[in-house]
Design a protein around this ligand. Structure first.
Ligand code: PEP
Ligand code: MN
Length: 264
């Protein structure tokens, strides 16, 4: 179903009318985690002011340590939705457990994110395949392109064809940055599938200063959009503080993307 052969022209996925996969580059901005109503109000304001058309924020967080902040849970969905509504921004948030799917539907989550660690959680993929909501499918930490395509096929096989691939960096021998952004995967996926491909430069580099270069490279390589972490006060972020852009940095980056997109 996801093969390019079935839709040679490429497909456009609409999130409350916003097209992903067409001519425009769509940027989803927002904090790693939903923390407080104030932090979310400032985030939504900054994301909208920078020109991003959707907002991210994690309410359920896949943390390496069980003692690290795990996300606010349902309360986080509420803060995310409240802040985003003020600026008419559709919301993107991660689903980790099939048991929360009904709650995601109740809170009217616009895009369900499947995180890297769950790319091959096949039961989770089957369940999101049954709902009528766009899904961002992040690449697994060490997943090959063909494994990634098959995971998308699991979702599509259930009837949900609204899938957006998200390259977020892969594990290699390199330790100088968090992950290696696999820019090569962008044209390869664009050739293999008709579905849109976005890039998360934040989890790839792991440092805020690397984000603009990686984001620009992704757009130059043909990405349909970006997923970028931004925090109103990065030093105080409860999660992934090192990689969060400030509102000013996000704003500056956004201004550079249009010219790159038109040049390619
Ligand atoms: C995230 O986007 O919040 C996240 C946890 O990313 P990943 O699943 O790519 O590590
Ligand atoms: Mn994060």
């Amino acid at each position: 179903i996801v093969s390019r052969d079935t839709h040679p022209a490429g497909s456009v996925i609409r999130v409350r009318g916003i097209p992903i996969g067409g001519e425009q580059i769509q940027v989803i901005g927002g904090p790693c985690s939903v923390e407080t109503p104030e932090q979310m109000a400032l985030s939504a304001q900054a994301v909208a002011a920078a020109g991003c058309r959707m907002m991210r924020g994690g309410a359920f967080k896949p943390r390496t340590s069980p003692y690290a902040f795990q996300g606010l849970g349902v309360q986080g969905l509420e803060y995310l939705q409240q802040s985003a509504r003020q600026h008419n921004l559709p919301i993107v948030t991660e689903l980790m457990d099939v048991r929360m799917l009904d709650t995601f539907m109740e809170y009217d989550v616009d895009v369900i994110q499947i995180g890297a660690r769950n790319m091959q959680n096949f039961d989770l993929l089957k369940e999101v395949g049954r709902v009528n909501k766009p899904v961002i499918l992040k690449r697994g930490l060490s997943a090959t392109v063909s494994e990634w395509l098959m995971s998308a096929e699991y979702i599509a096989a259930g009837g949900n064809h609204n899938i957006i691939f998200c390259e977020r960096g892969i594990r290699t021998f390199e330790t100088a940055y968090r992950n290696v952004l696999d820019v090569t995967a962008i044209p390869v996926l664009k050739r293999e599938t008709h579905l849109p491909v976005i890039v998360d430069p934040s989890h790839a580099g792991g440092k805020a200063w690397m984000v603009p270069a990686l984001a620009q490279a992704a757009v130059a390589a043909g990405a349909d959009g970006l997923l970028i972490e931004m925090h109103p006060n990065p030093c105080e972020a409860w999660c992934d503080a090192d990689q969060a852009l400030t509102p000013e940095e996000l704003n500056a980056l956004m201004k550079t993307l249009g010219a790159i997109a038109t040049a390619v």
